[in-house]
Design a protein around this ligand. Structure first.
Ligand SMILES: NC(=O)c1ccc[n+]([C@@H]2O[C@H](COP(=O)([O-])OP(=O)(O)OC[C@H]3O[C@@H](n4cnc5c(N)ncnc54)[C@H](O)[C@@H]3O)[C@@H](O)[C@H]2O)c1
Length: 349
């Protein structure tokens, strides 16, 4: 069934205020969840309210703190997230980087003491909408085995890259470095669905379509074989070795550890295209190239070629007009989360 976007967002914000967040951070957090849901990324949407609210209530996420620049060079920022809620700290870090890149042409930043930031496009596409090219990654708890390994050592370490366009949607790549986000397995389990073969293995290393077998000691698989493993390892190097956060092996588990702050890291780079080419010329060149791909003859059985982020943008337009689609399993869970915080869940449209 579909639910009104604004009412759902307000419900999530109210729950998070009851759990302990300040109103402004509860609002940006709720916006982050609904952003993911509206784009068809239910794995990173309001279905996680149960975990996030518990994390705040248990004190493993600190309310009322802000991202702080603790050291810097003209094009480099070292930021401490002070264990604040991911959506707020990551947005603040992106704002700091955008501001600095407007002055210097580009800015790279690390963020330590971060928490799970949800969908990466919430930061990178946001930067592209302000005319900037943006790259952002985060490390996360071990859930993916390296190629040839029999133990989870890397997170599903997300990677977001956005490039502004003149007409139409920006180039907006937002992906896990596992075949898919692990949250999709968690959501499949909640909704009683099998997962496609090739996403993950069970604790014996055997291919499985049973989400329970993956979550009970199994591993997600890296995207693109050895190359996905390499990119994920690069992300851990940037976030932990350069950024000073914990690494994928040492960061506490988002889903099961409610005692220790996560201290994941983010690494981001923002580039101001104006420092490279006149804006109109750059945007025209981007538009022409993206259109060339849109016009690629489709393979048999395929409707057309899409630009990364285009499918999600179309889903968001429908969600904003018709409401957010939630399964009954997720809606029922939200109703009981609401009850436990004294917040009434909303009716479907
Ligand atoms: N915060 C974290 O720790 C964390 C960890 C992992 C994933 N995530 C988030 O999970 C979400 C889901 O990630 P995912 O990898 O499962 O997503 P996905 O596999 O659905 O999509 C990945 C990317 O591929 C593009 N894409 C898919 N089909 C396409 C097509 N036909 N043509 C062109 N482009 C296409 C999408 O636009 C998207 O940019 C993302 O928002 C990611 O940021 C977050």
């Amino acid at each position: 069934m579909r639910y009104d976007y604004d009412k759902l967002k307000d419900f999530a914000a109210q729950v998070m205020v009851k759990a302990g967040l300040e109103r402004d951070e509860a609002e940006i957090f709720a916006e982050n969840l609904l952003y993911a849901d509206s784009r068809g990324m239910g794995s990173h949407g309001i279905s996680r309210l149960i975990n996030y609210s518990r994390r705040v209530q248990c004190g493993v996420i600190t309310p009322g703190v802000n991202a702080e620049i603790v050291s810097q060079a003209p094009s480099c920022l070292v930021i401490d997230g002070h264990n604040g809620i991911g959506a707020k700290i990551a947005r603040q870090a992106m704002d700091m980087c955008i501001e600095r890149a407007r002055e210097t042409g580009c800015c790279a930043a690390t963020v330590r003491n971060g928490n799970h930031f949800g969908a990466g496009a919430f930061y990178t596409k946001y930067a592209a909408e302000q005319g900037m090219i943006a790259f952002m990654v985060s490390n996360s708890e071990a859930a993916v085995a390296p190629i040839g390994g029999a133990k989870a050592m890397l997170g599903t370490n997300p990677l977001g890259v956005a490039v502004p366009a003149g007409r139409g949607e920006p180039f907006d790549l937002d992906m896990a470095t596992s075949v898919v986000a692990r949250g999709k397995v968690v959501l499949a389990q909640k909704e009683g669905r099998p997962i496609p073969q090739g996403w993950a293995v069970d604790k014996y290393g055997a291919d499985t379509t049973d989400p329970g077998a993956v979550l009970d000691g199994g591993c997600m698989l890296p995207f693109g074989g050895a190359k996905g493993y390499a990119i994920s390892l690069f992300i851990d190097l940037m976030c932990s070795c350069l950024g000073g956060a914990l690494n994928c092996r040492t960061t506490p588990h988002f889903w099961t550890d409610y005692e220790h702050p996560q201290n994941v890291g983010y690494f981001l780079v923002v580039i101001d295209p104006d420092k490279f080419l006149p804006r109109e010329q750059f945007l025209e060149r981007v538009d022409d190239m993206l259109d060339e791909f849109r016009a690629c003859p489709p393979a048999p059985g395929v409707e057309r070629v899409y630009i990364p982020g285009e499918i999600e943008a179309a889903k968001r337009a429908v969600s904003l007009e018709k409401g957010i689609e939630l399964s009954d399993a997720v809606a029922n869970e939200l109703r009981s989360v609401g009850e436990s915080y004294g917040v009434d869940f909303i009716r479907p449209l």
